[in-house]
Design a protein around this ligand. Sequence first.
Ligand code: HEC
Ligand code: HEC
Ligand code: HEC
Length: 130
Amino acid sequence: MRFPAAAVLAVLCGLIAVTTTAHATQSGRTPLPEIAIAQPGQCVEPKEVMRREHMTLLRHQRDRTLREGIRTKKYSLNECIACHASRETGSVIGAGGFCQGCHDYAAVKPDCWDCHQPKPGRKTAVKAQP
Ligand code: HEC
Ligand code: HEC
Ligand code: HEC
């Protein structure tokens, strides 16, 4: 019920777009978004898994935190931001932002930043003012 067929299709299209992006970038044919990795090292899962599954990992975490009061660090949004914030802007959104750069290309607009800070530091999400 939470994932109607149209949404599933949109997801698949998004993934295909991203996969194509990677190939096109490698073969140097089409100008596509640069995905800048601000900190060297390793992600919480292999890159291919993250590309495919990060929305699900974050969603599950979100549901578990808010509904069950469970909080594990592995897929913490704050941890994503700590590693992925741009060295120039200090943020994962905006110009050159890790999350937004790719999302603009994929035409997705998660609502996370209504409440969550896109910069490292402030840890607690707040409810957006109406
Ligand atoms: C209506 C406000 C609101 C929105 C929108 C929202 N969150 Fe949250 N989120 C919270 C609150 C409140 C908490 C619990 C307090 C905290 O941990 O900062 C939380 C906690 C979390 C956590 C657990 C804490 C952490 O850093 O791991 C994750 C993960 C998370 N949210 C992900 C998301 C993602 C992904 C989105 C976008 C799809 C999102 N949230 C959108 C309010 C929101
Ligand atoms: C400890 C630092 C660290 C944390 C925490 C981290 N990442 Fe990563 N992430 C990286 C690095 C380094 C890479 C590049 C890995 C590679 O090239 O193999 C990466 C790659 C990625 C990619 C693939 C980018 C591409 O080139 O297509 C995505 C998507 C991603 N991360 C999302 C996330 C999300 C979402 C979170 C939080 C759940 C997160 N990361 C947490 C360091 C981190
Ligand atoms: C390599 C490209 C890429 C990067 C980098 C990336 N995303 Fe995504 N993200 C996508 C694509 C494509 C989708 C759409 C597929 C879908 O809807 O499941 C998506 C969807 C999402 C969704 C679900 C949105 C919704 O409304 O359904 C969330 C939440 C999300 N991303 C969070 C993040 C966060 C947080 C970061 C930065 C830490 C990030 N993403 C970085 C490509 C990326």
